[in-house]
Design a protein around this ligand. Structure first.
Ligand code: SF4
Ligand code: SF4
Length: 168
């Protein structure tokens, strides 16, 4: 989706053009953008694509996720919330038809490591923006089924206990 400098290139991927919402377009999260050309040919309005497309980098493209988490391979992308704002929130958003691909022991270790490194929370988030799981910096993993108190408003909010964060 993006075109500014970053650690890796997007070649072979257009996952964010489907899974993310674009505020300048009538495009919902989880729906393919109408400007996608298909057949891995990318964006049909490249060069005139909206600012939010131009500035979006998933964490894989930033070089902050392991190489094996290239979105078309792993089945999800990692999207960070606002930098410089604590706690950092990272969303794991699944590609269409790959809703459970995130749930492997290896991926769980990566999510916990990211949460610990940033003293933030990594959430598994549906296309409706509701979280189903939260990986805390303490190493605890919460699920909405077992810990509904951590997911107010059906997961629209994630409220991991303060004790799960490292002291500031
Ligand atoms: S999901 Fe990441 S790697 Fe794929 S096109 Fe978007 S920014 Fe690039
Ligand atoms: S406008 Fe282009 S870059 Fe933006 S979501 Fe659509 S296809 Fe992707």
């Amino acid at each position: 989706m993006s075109d500014s400098s970053a650690a890796r290139t997007c070649e072979g991927c257009d996952a964010c053009c489907t899974v993310m919402a674009v505020r300048e377009l009538p495009k919902a999260a989880g729906a393919p953008c109408s400007h996608l050309l298909g057949g891995s040919r990318g964006c049909g309005i490249w060069g005139e694509h909206p600012p939010s497309c131009q500035t979006f980098h998933c964490l894989w493209r930033h070089g902050e996720a392991p190489q094996q988490l290239f979105p078309p391979d792993c089945g999800f992308l990692l999207a960070a919330g606002e930098r410089g704002r604590w706690p950092v929130a990272v969303q794991v958003v699944s590609l269409p038809g790959r809703r459970h691909a995130w749930n492997t022991p290896e991926n769980r270790k990566v999510f916990s490591a990211l949460a610990a490194t940033w003293n933030g929370v990594v959430t598994i988030t549906d296309s409706d923006g509701r979280a189903s799981h939260a990986f805390a910096p303490s190493g605890r993993v919460y699920s909405r089924t077992l810990h509904p108190e951590v997911f107010p408003q059906g997961g629209a909010i994630v409220a991991v206990p303060r004790s799960d964060y490292a002291a500031a």
